[in-house]
Write a protein that binds this ligand. Structure first.
Ligand code: MG
Length: 381
């Protein structure tokens, strides 16, 4: 029985993680949960999973929770509380399903405590991939990716190192706007952007899918996770979203991972690795499939992907700047303050204004992140 902490348990990945644990009660046990602000959902989850430790961001909410839960559950609060929580000796594996840069500190803390890591958060690797991977090596921690593409690359690699790899095909469904002509992008509404054809996800990542920035962030993620040079990673549009990525080895052999598009599959593998435990989810019905489609992404239609490739060549503080400028712009788009086409314009401008630091420390990364957010918000006014 493995003891698991889920950081970000009220979000989409957090809830899917709990669904996997619910389906495999003899293998997994929840010992800790954390949420940002959804106390109602946290209380439901506490009733069902009976964790020993919980963490919420707001001190007042934590105090209320402490009063209502009694002494059997330890309640932590804020970023410092989360840092403490992940070190607890009863936790074997930490699912990092917090979105944004807030995941970086607890991730580092969990690695330093030698916990097994399931990583769903993208930003931590995008911003500080070199540092996170170096720490993981030092502490002999294997980071098990949860993002479906990274899980597919991990599974397709089958333990082979980057030296054996000719190239990786990072697949993308194309998002909500793939088939829409660029001339129509100007009038695109939030509702249209949020209608993702294959995956049900949070709002921010669904917008990122529509701009292809999500694939750009995954490009950076893959570089760090698997120690691949940017020239080895090709983005491939595959609208059916059945092949979750592929690895082509030096001998021309290609290994791919296929499954239905359901996050419970990569989540379960990140928890069960190296075992393959049963799942109630069906496989792919190949008899019912007539075709699979592939296409090369159009970088002039989806400039965010081109900016991500640029950041991947620049590295240093540039990926953090790309990520922060994008996050701030998407936030403004969702608040109806800017149009869809303004998102890439802001990202490009902020990247151009940035003075890159080649080998930044954590503080310099956080400063670049904060600077890029401010610049982006100023441009969004
Ligand atoms: Mg993905």
């Amino acid at each position: 029985m493995k003891s698991i902490a889920v950081l970000g348990s009220s979000g989409s990945i957090g809830q899917s993680t709990l669904a996997v644990v619910r389906s495999l009660p003899r293998q997994f046990k929840i010992v800790a949960l954390s949420v940002n602000s959804d106390i109602v959902k946290l209380k439901q989850q506490i009733r069902e999973f009976q964790p020993k430790l919980v963490c919420v961001r707001d001190p007042r909410a934590a105090a209320k929770l402490r009063a209502s839960l009694g002494s059997s559950i330890k309640v932590f609060c804020g970023p410092e509380g989360l840092d403490e929580l992940v070190k607890d000796k009863n936790i074997q594996q930490v699912m990092v399903a917090i979105t944004g840069s807030a995941a970086l500190a607890p991730l580092i803390s969990a690695i330093k405590s030698g916990k097994e890591i399931a990583l769903a958060n993208k930003e931590a690797l995008v911003m500080a991939g070199a540092m996170v991977m170096r720490l993981a090596r030092e502490h002999k921690v294997l980071i098990r990716p949860v993002d479906s593409e990274q899980s597919a690359i991990w599974q397709s690699l089958g333990g082979q190192g980057a030296a054996n790899v000719r190239q990786v095909y990072l697949t993308a469904s194309g998002g909500a706007l793939w088939s829409l002509p660029r001339s129509k992008f100007k009038q695109v509404t939030i509702a249209k952007v949020l209608r993702h054809p294959r995956w049900k996800m949070g709002k921010k990542i669904t917008v990122d899918s529509a701009t292809l920035m999500n694939k750009g962030l995954e490009l950076l993620e893959a570089m760090f996770l698997f120690n691949l040079g940017v020239e080895k990673i090709k983005v491939l549009i595959h609208p059916e979203a059945l092949i979750h990525s592929m690895v082509e080895f030096n001998d021309g052999v290609i290994m791919a991972q296929l499954s239905v598009a359901d996050m419970r599959i990569p989540i379960q593998y990140a928890l069960s690795y190296p075992k393959r435990l049963p799942s109630a989810l069906a496989g792919i019905d190949f008899y019912g499939l007539s075709k699979l489609h592939f296409a090369k992404p159009d970088l002039s239609k989806f400039p965010c992907l081109a900016f991500a490739y640029q950041a991947a060549r620049d590295l240093g503080t540039m990926p953090a700047v790309l990520n922060a400028a994008n996050e701030a712009s998407v936030d403004r788009f969702l608040a109806k303050k800017i149009s869809f086409l303004t998102i890439p314009k802001i990202v490009e401008k902020v990247m151009r204004r940035h003075t890159r630091i080649a080998s930044p420390n954590l503080n310099q990364i956080m400063c670049a992140d904060a600077w890029a957010r401010e610049e982006a918000l100023a441009l969004a006014c």
